[in-house]
Write a protein that binds this ligand. Structure first.
Ligand code: FHN
Length: 398
């Protein structure tokens, strides 16, 4: 049973509608995305050398967080440890971490946690369930060529994860959400693999009852989860092919998407979606009752790529003007011309397609419409003309 605190946290999370996802680690140095250890078939000794020269001289947690805040984002989700097993905080559980293994020696996770606290931004953490480096992690479908001497022992690996999660939740006071990933690594096992997720969730909630747990497992929600996530897809759509069996639950929803084509920094990927495309995605997500967790892959020198900053600025300008139609809204409807979002008796019409006029059947009489309109009392239809793509029309019902 979720506590009252937890239910309150879920409600607040649902109202946020916009967050920033950060994939940052030593993989960023290779500039080949966060799967480079696996995809490049590197041996761990070679790959790990990147730690000994990780020195992001231009990293300023406050500048990052201010840029996210100005974009209108209400929370961030940082990769605390991705599949390469490198921990972005001062963990006692492994020397392979940002403080002990790099010349930088700074706890970037802690600095971002503090900056978020100061700026009033919610702080969530991504945590990989799978590990391409540890010998005790029972090998799944990935990370076969990293050259470790495998000694699978899930009890020991499970304990390691619990210890790390305890550090994250107890040493950094403002961690309000955990975003698990990698569960799918064992989805093709001949004998079903028991991740002991419910046990892990109970442990997390025993440490911090209001902590919001989500898992990118691409299946229906598991007991103990507090929000449901969809990778590269609006809830209920399966265009990316990750989630054919993922039904939409009653939990708060979140979809994640990249700004370009990669999660981690990729030096060759300048194929960024336009600001307009990203804003449209945010609107569509809100209309599905979902948050958008928009990803950025920071550079190895500690800077946010300029193309990402440009888009954050544009989104911020739009959110300052139109945020009312996004924050705290509930699921709306989809129409040939666009979508709607709702807040109580107010419906926001987001015109996403090139259209001159729209006609809408309402279940109540409008008492206010932000543009000239005609209302047919008999048919209960609202007609609006002379509209333009990307207009937002506020309709208040009696
Ligand atoms: O393998 C990861 C990937 O690197 C990235 O973190 C994404 C984010 O949704 N999740 C996994 C793929 O499903």
């Amino acid at each position: 049973m979720p506590t009252d605190d937890n239910l309150q946290a879920r409600k607040e999370f649902e109202g946020f509608r916009f967050g920033i996802f950060l994939h940052w680690g030593i993989y960023s140095e290779y500039g080949q995305g966060e799967w480079y250890l696996n995809n490049g078939k590197l041996k761990q000794e070679e790959y790990q050398k990147a730690a000994s020269c990780f020195y992001p001289i231009r990293f300023h947690a406050k500048e990052w967080v201010r840029a996210f805040k100005d974009s209108g984002a209400k929370y961030i989700t940082l990769t605390s440890r991705h599949h390469d097993g490198f921990s972005m905080w001062r963990t006692k559980e492994s020397p392979y971490n940002i403080v002990d293994a790099t010349p930088f020696q700074r706890d970037v996770l802690g600095e971002l946690a503090d900056a978020c606290e100061e700026e009033g931004i919610r702080f969530h953490l991504y945590y990989s369930l799978l590990d391409w480096m540890r010998e005790d992690y029972p090998l799944g479908s990935t990370g076969h060529d990293t050259g470790r001497n495998l000694q699978p022992n899930y009890d020991s690996y499970f304990q390691f994860m619990k210890n790390q999660l305890r550090e994250l939740l107890c040493d950094y006071k403002n961690v309000e959400g955990l975003w698990f990933d990698g569960y799918w690594d064992h989805s093709h096992d001949a004998k079903p693999f028991d991740w002991r997720m419910t046990e892990l969730y109970n442990y997390i909630h025993s440490l911090k009852p209001r902590c919001l747990i989500g898992n990118n497992h691409h299946i229906a929600t598991i007991e103990g989860e507090d929000f449901q996530m969809f990778e590269r897809d609006l809830p209920g759509e399966n265009t990316a092919g990750f989630s054919p069996n993922q039904t939409v639950s009653q939990l708060p929803l979140e979809m994640c998407q990249t700004m370009n084509g990669n999660w981690g920094y990729h030096v060759g990927d300048l194929n960024y979606k336009s600001s307009r495309e990203l804003i449209t995605l945010l609107v569509r997500a809100a209309s599905k009752g979902s948050n958008l967790l928009l990803n950025i892959g920071p550079q190895p020198n500690g800077e946010i790529p300029a193309a990402a900053l440009d888009r954050l600025k544009d989104i911020g300008v739009w959110m300052r003007q139109h945020g009312e139609s996004i924050y705290g809204t509930t699921r709306g409807e989809e129409y040939p011309w666009g979508v709607t979002t709702r807040k109580g008796d107010v419906t926001y019409l987001h015109i996403l397609k090139d259209t001159d006029a729209i006609t809408l059947t309402l279940d109540k009489k409008p008492i206010f419409v932000s543009v000239p309109f005609q209302y047919d009392n008999r048919r209960h239809t609202l007609k609006i003309q002379n509209i333009q793509q990307f207009d937002i029309i506020r309709v208040e019902l009696k």
